[in-house]
Design a protein around this ligand. Sequence first.
Ligand SMILES: Nc1ncnc2c1ncn2[C@@H]1O[C@H](COP(=O)(O)OP(=O)(O)O)[C@@H](O)[C@H]1O
Ligand SMILES: [Mg+2]
Length: 307
Amino acid sequence: MTDLYDHLFPAYREQAGLSDDERIDWLRRDRWLSLPQSEAALGRLEDLLTYPPRGRMPCLLLFGSTGMGKSEILNRFAELHATRYDKNAGLTIMPVVMVQMPPQPTEEEFYTELMLAMNYSEFDHISLRSLRSLARRTLGEFGTKVLVLDEIDKMLAGSPRQQRIFLNTIRFLTNDLRIPIVCAGTEDARIAILTDPNLADRFAAFELSPWRNDHALRQLMASFAGLLPLRRPSLLDEAEVRQRVIALSEGVTGRIFRLMEAVAIAAIRSGREMIDADSFDDEQLLLPLVSMQVIASAKRALRRRAA
Ligand SMILES: Nc1ncnc2c1ncn2[C@@H]1O[C@H](COP(=O)(O)OP(=O)(O)O)[C@@H](O)[C@H]1O
Ligand SMILES: [Mg+2]
């Protein structure tokens, strides 16, 4: 190998040699990046896996705004502990079961989703009661160690009565299953769970807080500089770049990723092949990503700095 593209991390140099279309395609794919908060959250989830059964299992509430990376963390966790077949025992093991909250937050819908998550689909005409015990039994048979409920703020779409029933369901599961439960959702979901006195003392909360213009962001920008498949070195360590990124994304992980993807694609298309503070000036590019309001306030901030 030559030292071509040595501004990139070694594992990413080859990508930079691909055609424009191939690189754009590569940029649009999702790939897990080890971010400080995501790794810390994953560590908390890992801890739950090894917890011995006891009267009161610890539960975890992962909360943060939409786009902060909650589902990515949960998916990663489920991937690291994927379903496997234990040949010796002749058993399928499903250490992590992950359920998306149904749009209709009823108990029936919830248990139906839970059974679907365990690849079980023949439960027509089963009473709620049987569904409940079937779910419980199946979790036991699969040796499930952690039950994950994503998007629990959907429960807030229900009537107060439905919400109460749903919180009871979570309480029932925590009491009954003897396995830790992880709930992920927004700040509203946190309030809903923690205002239930029975749940409040079971759930530890872990917040994914928005990115700020600090050392962690600087490291993230350094990662992008080392992995985006551009042929010339980018200038992502400038304070102005960080300011623009925070202003345009409001510190939301998903928006930062979309933003960097968009400027990288623009750099490929224009032949500029690098990103710097000027890359963030193109309104045509940014408009689809962020609200007008955010762009306007970012501009005001820039003008203030320039003055
Ligand atoms: N650790 C990560 N590695 C790579 N991309 C991530 C990571 N965390 C978040 N993202 C990006 O942010 C987007 C939003 O994340 P997501 O998990 O869907 O947020 P949430 O569930 O909190 O609404 C993802 O589609 C992905 O592009
Ligand atoms: Mg999500």
